[in-house]
Design a protein around this ligand. Sequence first.
Ligand SMILES: *Cc1c(COP(=O)(O)O)cnc(C)c1O
Length: 414
Amino acid sequence: MSPLLTRADAAEMDRDDGVAAARRELELPPGTIYLDGNSLGPLPRAAARRVEEVVRRQWGQDLIRSWNLHGWIDLPRRLGSLVAPLVGASGDEVVVTDSVSVNLFKLLAAALRLRHGRPVILTEGENFPTDLYMAQGLVDLLGERARLEVVPRRRLRDVLDDEVAVLMLTHVDFRSGELHDMADLTAAAHDAGALALWDLSHSAGVLPVRLDENDVDLAVGCGYKYLNGGPGAPAFAFAARRLHRELRSPLWGWMGHASPFDFSPTFHPADGVDRLLCGTPPVLSLAALQDGLELVARVGVATLRKRSCELGDLLIRLVEQECGGHGLILVSPTDAERRGSQVSYRHPEGYAIMQALIARGVVGDFRAPDLLRFGLSPLCLRFVDLWDAASHLRAVLEDEEWRRPEHRRRAPVT
Ligand SMILES: *Cc1c(COP(=O)(O)O)cnc(C)c1O
């Protein structure tokens, strides 16, 4: 048995808080312990100022001239080059555009073309629903020419064969937080002659990702989670440079044209990843993302990863210490190396327990059917916050606060 950890011990761990300065750059409401940075990252104060500037001065005063004057037209590339170093890519391999879902559609279709004659998109049943749905929709559209194979995680390697065009996986499991071995699975896909497409939605900005070293072909990721880009922030799309010449998006929008302002009646794709662009960029949403990206880059992904592992280890230890015997079942790996930046527990009353916690200012989230999810955004959290969160959780469980009717009513978003 390890000795009991007191609140003073947790406060002591915060003494050399290497991210305190960065935390002050975020708007964090007092009295809230925010354990949901993996669903919606907090607001960087600078983003609020930047959006105000873009709205009032650029849009309000400079109007249409802003496309050139303020470089609006380059935002997808410019932000792509800020995302690139966070995921081990070059600046010319990433664009910020559309949602994760739409980018998946474009890259899956491109992958099937790049591996012409191979009909299969391979993935696992535990993948994030929208990833599965986008593949299902594409297969529905393509008819005979495409097939989706969904297998349990442990069987992925066995079914990689010469029918598979692309292996599509999410790096961090959104339920358990378990991390896939990107190097190993990408190599297995390549050994079978397939491409590897990784969804980095729960990795970008919080884990070191080496798309280059791992020879990854295609990737997507989310702007509003650990990158703090704001609600509905545009996502990113990555394609390795070696694929650019052959890469074909199925959505031939004018922003993906080699020269959109020639207004030619015929589509000619732009060079490089620009051809993944489709319609007019959402300037306000792109503007809101920039400061989050710069903040993550300033602190450094390696520092954030180290802290995120320590936070996860501490939360697991505290929940065991404070809430043992109350029926919470840890579903995340105990080994920090195998875990993303979240810790999840199963409990039959998970929904009501989370509502009771939120009422106490401890904001995590719930995933059906019975999962309590605690996202550990290393920018937002101090160790003492986790001590307080665990003690609130104990109170909710001991006093059975979750039995109150107001905690049992389901809202549309969980
Ligand atoms: C958050 C998330 C998404 C979100 O997709 P959108 O189309 O941007 O809403 C997709 N995939 C995974 C794995 C996610 O975690």
